[in-house]
Design a protein around this ligand. Structure first.
Ligand SMILES: O=C(O)CCC(=O)C(=O)O
Ligand SMILES: [Fe+2]
Length: 297
């Protein structure tokens, strides 16, 4: 029996309600968060790449699933999804308490085709050697529905509440619930929530998702953005997006360049040796301490 269903809310959902659902279930679906024309514009850019891309060759990546990465280098339309107000609100809630800033961890299309079998259930925070349940959430995942997600075409299956389980408890198929949602909605879940891509039993439907994962700003990112996105592209990104990629500093001084400079300042023309070094300590602090918002549990 499923633990409980996946709660679905509208974009207008109140922040406290959202926080309560995420705390209890570890997951939620936000309905109709973007217009279909924004999706269609992005898919039009990505279609040629998806057409050429081969399917995976493994139980985890699937045998009838196409994955496409480094989307920022392939379509300018992805940016507005990655910094969508509601997504950032969720990241403020689920990552904000344990870092001064969070970052993009990875970002890809996962397109599940006919005949795909279910992906093994897993937790996305398996990237990090953490015990469960943990005081801190290390990463939060979002799945945007670029096509309708149905039980038949491979909707991601989740186990609401499983973020609270310990490491001994093994997830069972009959505890999962499919994230059924319409094109333009997105599903979000914290790193400890068990989930997996669904089985596609249709004869001709591709379930297309855009995955964007975010993590605490002091962790190593899943994808190496510095080598994945050429600097010429980074320089032309909106500052908020470039900082999400990692062109940023986490207090007190993680990630500096040259004379303790913020990487965004450097790629915007800071000349090395032109200063003795910025003070990267937390604002107003007498020494190298963590920023105010970082709680050490
Ligand atoms: O595509 C999906 O629905 C899930 C994929 C997933 O969870 C993963 O690859 O980590
Ligand atoms: Fe996953």
């Amino acid at each position: 029996m499923a633990v409980r269903g996946i709660e679905t809310v509208d974009l207008s959902v109140d922040k406290d309600e959202l926080a309560g659902i995420l705390k209890r279930d570890g997951c939620v679906i936000i309905n109709d968060a973007v217009r279909h024309d924004a999706i269609d514009a992005m898919l039009a850019d990505l279609d040629p790449y998806l057409g050429r891309k081969a399917c995976g060759q493994g139980d985890f990546v699937g045998y009838h699933t196409k994955r496409l990465h480094s989307l920022i280098t392939k379509t300018e339309h992805v940016g507005s999804f990655l910094v969508h107000d509601k997504v950032l609100e969720v990241m403020d809630l689920t990552l904000g308490p344990w870092c001064d800033n969070y970052q993009l961890n990875s970002n890809s299309i996962t397109a599940i085709g006919p005949d795909e079998t279910p992906q093994p259930l897993h937790r996305d925070d398996l990237l990090y050697p953490l015990a469960h349940p943990s005081e801190r959430n290390a990463c939060t995942s979002t799945f945007w529905a670029l096509t309708d997600f149905t039980e038949d075409n491979g909707a991601t299956r989740l186990i609401p509440g499983s973020h609270l389980w310990d490491d001994e408890r093994v997830p069972r198929e009959d505890e999962t619930v499919p994230a059924v949602m319409s094109k333009g909605s997105f599903c979000v879940f914290v790193g400890g929530t068990y989930h997996g891509g669904g089985r596609n039993v249709t004869s001709n439907e591709w379930r297309i998702a855009m995955f964007a994962g975010y993590s605490l700003g002091w962790l190593r990112q899943e994808q190496n953005w510095y080598l994945s996105v050429p600097l010429d592209i980074v320089k032309n990104l909106p500052e908020q997006l470039a900082r999400l990629l990692g062109y940023n500093i986490h207090k007190p001084f993680l990630g500096w360049m040259q004379d303790f400079q913020d990487p965004w300042d450097v790629i915007n023309g800071y000349e090395e040796l032109s200063s003795g070094g910025a003070d990267l300590y937390a604002d107003g602090a007498a020494g190298p301490v963590q920023g105010d918002s970082v709680k050490i549990a």
